[in-house]
Design a protein around this ligand. Sequence first.
Ligand code: SAH
Length: 358
Amino acid sequence: MTTGTNTALEKKKSIYSLELHELKEWLKEQGEKPFRADQIFDWLYKKRVGSFEEMSNLSKSLREKLKAQFQITTLNTVVQQSSSDGTIKFLFELQDGYSIETVLMRHDYGNSVCVTTQVGCRIGCTFCASTLGGLKRHLEAGEIVAQVVKVQKALDETNERVSSVVIMGIGEPFDNYDNMLSFLKIINHDKGLNIGARHITVSTSGIIPKIYQFADENMQINFAISLHAPNTELRTRLMPINKAYKLDDLMKAVRYYIDKTGRRVSFEYGLFGGVNDSVAHAEELADLIKGLKCHVNLIPVNYVPERDYVRTPRDQIFAFEKTLKKRGINVTIRREHGHDIDAACGQLRAKERKEETM
Ligand code: SAH
C-alpha cells in the first residue's frame, strides 16, 4: 500500500479499492482496531456516505488519517440518457478527465448495472466501439466499485436496489484482472454491497491464462465468453485476439472452467449480417460446443457508425436460433436495452468524447 504525502496533484487511492481484509490490515498498521473496518464498510456501502467526516462512530484522528490517505471516489455525470424502456446510460468523468460509461438496465427480476473496467480497450474487436482509440488506462478497483455505488445512490431515492451486476461495459475485464477481482470481492461481500455471486456476470474476449486463473478462484460468478464465430479463421477476422489465443485453446480453457467450477458458461455470439449469421454457421457452432454445459446468447449487431457491420434480418436471426435449438443447445436472443439511446459498449463515449477515441 502506498503511503506518504498526498499533494493535490498526487491522486489518493480510492477507499473503495480496498477489500475488507486489506482495510483491516491498514487499520492495524495505523494502530487501530481491525473491527473499525466493518464500521467503515457500513458507512461506505450501507449508509453510502460521501465523506469521512460523516463516519461519526470513528475517532476524529482516524477520520483524519483516512482522509489523508484515501478518497471516496466521486464520479461526475457528464451525460445521462434515459431510454423509454427504463435503461439509463451514464457517461461519467473520472478525476483525470477521462470518461467511462455505466448502464442501468431494468428487468422484471430487478435492476442490473453494467460497469466499465478500463478507459478504452486494447483488444481491437473489429465491431466494437470501446476499442476505438485503444487503451488509455486501467480503472482502479475503486473506480469500478464507485460506478455501482453511484447508481445505487440514484436508486436509493426510490427505495430500489441494484440486484445484479454485469462486467460488460468498456474494457476487457481480464486485462485488468487483479482490480476486477477486488471489485468482485467488494461488491459481493455481505458487508459491502452484498450482490450475490450468482447475480454477477463477467465477460471476456478470451484471455486464456486468465480463464484458468479465474476457474481456480472458484467463485460462483456467471461467466461469459465472447465467441462470435464458429471457426478460428472467422474468429480471427472478427477478433484479432484469436491470433494470440486460438479458438481450440480457448475451448480447452472453457472445458477446464466448466469441470473445475461445475458451472454453465455463456457464449456471446454477435450476429453480423452476411459474416457469421448463416444456418451453416449455426450448424458449425453447434458442432463446436456440442456436449458442453453452456448457453448461447445471440446478439444482433449494434450499429456503430465507425464500423460497417449490418444487421441480420429478423427471419434469419430466428433461423439461426432454431438451428441451435434443434441441436439441443440452450439459446436466447439478447433483448435489447436502450435501443433508442447509444447503448452499445463505448458508443456514448465515442460520440461525446471523440478526442478520447482517436
Ligand atoms: N471485453 C469483454 C466485455 C464486453 S461485453 C468481452 O469482450 O467479452 C460486451 C459484449 O458485447 C461482448 O460480447 C462484445 O463482443 C459485444 N459487442 C461489442 N460491440 C458490439 C456490437 N457493435 N454489436 C454487438 N455486440 C457487440
